[in-house]
Design a protein around this ligand. Structure first.
Ligand code: NAP
Length: 318
């Protein structure tokens, strides 16, 4: 990119990032999106989305495709499949170095999203791709007529558990409490599905097997009884952790690493905004990510307008 300085770089091309870029571009600033993958973000891996207003039922990848078509209409620049080496959010001019190039900008919107949280038990890393999967949509078909266990009690665990019954002959859903966190409508569908068996009050301890997953050792937290489950697949769906590895320490984050922002999506660092799943928020949905992105994009535009005004008045140096 040489010495080009963008008005705004959006880190992450999921729903929050695409929405932020759209609002920034429509605010007439020079904006580009950088992503380590293709655009789309997490919805690409979601099955069906039925709570995005205006689309009673749409597949995740299809909604992501619609978002991308929309931003393409506004000719927003995209740098995809970038391997990011370092991020400097502290200097006046922010810098993102990737294996391919160095990008500079006056503002940055962090919309890097979140990734599946790990169980942190023995066997989890060892059997990744050999029976441990964080994506039922991607890997479900490998479990035809097999038995699998999903860990977690939220919407993701229960929805993905239902999805896995299309392939597996039996799906256990193991939850650490005796009450699910998932929406009631999702719970009802799962309770009515005779391929699903719930194991409540239980936590996984260890995944075992020879070359692939063969069993899960778990414990009932009320009785302390240890038990074994013969399964060929383990799907942990226990929430998310933020993608902030290269940002840690530069801006204020909560104890889990989620970025703290104010109502304008401003972070603790001037000229840096955050939107979507990466920020501390009470709800992580496509619709809230898109809404965050809109606020962050507009905030970047307003911030640049103010700075440019001060420069014009001589109160700030260019
Ligand atoms: P979530 O709602 O935070 O649920 C996480 C679940 O994992 C909870 O039931 C939690 O138990 C359990 N858990 C957390 N840490 C654990 C640990 N160390 N060991 C065992 N269990 C643990 O997360 P989510 O279901 O991934 O959903 C995240 C957001 O995405 C939500 O807003 C959800 O509505 C949305 N969403 C996702 C999908 C999808 O991915 N397909 C679909 C629809 C909506 P407790 O209940 O005891 O805390």
């Amino acid at each position: 990119m040489g010495e080009k300085i963008f008005d705004c770089l959006v880190l992450g091309g999921g729903p929050a990032g695409m929405s932020a870029a759209l609002y920034a571009k429509r605010g007439n600033i020079d904006v580009a999106i950088i992503d380590t993958n293709t655009l789309g973000g997490q919805p690409v891996n979601y099955l069906e989305i039925e709570n995005y207003l205006g689309f009673p039922l749409i597949e995740g990848w299809e909604l992501a495709e619609k978002f991308e078509e929309h931003i393409n209409k506004f000719n927003i620049q995209k740098f995809t499949n970038e391997e990011i080496q370092s991020i400097d959010l502290i200097s006046d001019i922010k810098t993102i170095k990737t294996l391919k190039d160095t990008y500079k900008a006056r503002t940055v919107i962090v919309a890097t999203g979140a990734k599946s949280a790990k169980l942190g038990i023995r066997g989890e890393a060892e059997f990744l791709g050999k029976g441990v999967s964080y994506c039922a949509v991607c890997d479900g078909a490998f479990y035809k007529d097999k038995e699998v266990v999903v860990i977690g009690g939220g919407n993701a665990a229960v929805e993905e558990g239902i999805y896995l019954t299309k392939f597996a002959k039996k799906v256990y859903i193991m939850h650490r409490r005796d009450e699910l966190r998932a929406d009631k409508i999702v719970q009802k569908r799962a309770f009515e599905n005779n391929k699903i068996e719930f194991i409540f009050d239980s936590i996984p301890l260890e995944i075992q097997g020879e070359k692939r997953v063969e069993k899960l050792i778990y414990k009932n937290v009320k009785t302390d009884d240890k038990k074994e489950l013969n399964i060929q697949g383990v799907f942990p769906y226990i929430g998310f952790s933020p993608n902030v590895e290269l940002i840690n320490g530069q801006i204020i984050q909560d104890e889990k690493g989620f970025i703290r922002v104010d109502e304008n999506m401003r972070t603790s660092e001037v000229g840096v905004f955050a939107a979507g799943d990466v920020r501390k928020t009470p709800l992580r949905q496509v619709i809230t990510a898109v809404s965050d992105g809109a606020v962050a994009g507009m905030s970047a535009v307003r911030y640049l307008e103010e700075v440019d005004m001060l420069i014009k008045e001589g109160a700030l140096k260019a």
